[in-house]
Design a protein around this ligand. Sequence first.
Ligand SMILES: Nc1nc2c(ncn2[C@@H]2O[C@H](COP(=O)(O)OP(=O)(O)OP(=O)(O)O)[C@@H](O)[C@H]2O)c(=O)[nH]1
Ligand SMILES: [Zn+2]
Length: 341
Amino acid sequence: MAKRNLTRRQNWRIQKIQDERSERAGRRAELADEKLLGGDLGPEQEGLVIAHFGVQVDVEATQGAGTGTVRRCHMRANLPALVTGDRVVWRADNQAGGVIVAQLPRHSELYRPDHRGQLKPVAANVDRLVIVFAPLPTPHTNLIDRYLVAAEQSGLEPLLVLNKADLLDSGDFAHIRAWLDDYAALGYQTVCLSAGSGAGLDGLREALKDRISVFVGQSGVGKSSLINVLLPGVDLRVGALSEATAKGTHTTTTARLFHFPAGGDLIDSPGIREFGLTHITRQELLEGFIEFRPFLGLCRFRDCKHLHEPGCALLNAVDQGQITSHRMASYRHILATLAKE
Ligand SMILES: Nc1nc2c(ncn2[C@@H]2O[C@H](COP(=O)(O)OP(=O)(O)OP(=O)(O)O)[C@@H](O)[C@H]2O)c(=O)[nH]1
Ligand SMILES: [Zn+2]
């Protein structure tokens, strides 16, 4: 956001709102601590954060008789900030709520910049980045590669989904199908399907089992259509509404965790769908192209930019057919955008 000169009065109001907010958060944390001391609580048990509302979170029980039930929980003071996907230890109160006692270790974190440009975790324990593309709108391959870099950087396993397979025969789309095969040749898991006709969806359902996934991809590729087919009966309009609000007011929208009936979970929010488009370093970019890795560090010059230097191991690999010129061009294109950022 551009820097603005705020009047003293505006500054005072912002400070006042922030003070009120932290006071409310403090009072809630006190309440949680009082409850803990009060002794009206059930035994400690494990749960999963499925949504996040400021200082309260919805926790789904993952243990015992109540497994699958959801309670709105307060957080004990001095707990780190929790996000959707966090595994926690919590205790039920004697009404419909509970108190979070501890956060369990995360195995992955998804970060996004907040409106001040600071990176904040928005989801935890995500396993899979589902990168959706389609014959139409025409895919930007650089974008797919950028998502792949983000997946490698965050330790997520990518899944490439070519949607709208029903269109593949109708136009000149042989190259789109070939892209999918090229990514498969690199070792990435791929699925070709149609959210519209339902063809190939079982392959996707299988790939989503036993994992927490997030869906990304350019506008119009069919992410909502796919999610609606995979989650029948779940109303995603909540997300759409908050997105409209978010544009006007910078309200951060909560990420939600949904269970696929066939197994596996989805974490989704308008913000999460933009994951992967934040800043990356040159080194992260290089390492994010998995087939480049065996050649890194082998160039004649230590500061080789892999553009046209003699003795460049990457350019040699392109000549030998070990790296496609397509991916090399994509790397250069993304590198050029980094320089401008
Ligand atoms: N032919 C065909 N059209 C599809 C298929 N899946 C989705 N569409 C159409 O593609 C358009 C975009 O679908 P959405 O699900 O809204 O796409 P999205 O990725 O969620 O788009 P954003 O919300 O803008 O990010 C809609 O008109 C869908 O009907 C498919 O398998 N085949
Ligand atoms: Zn080089």
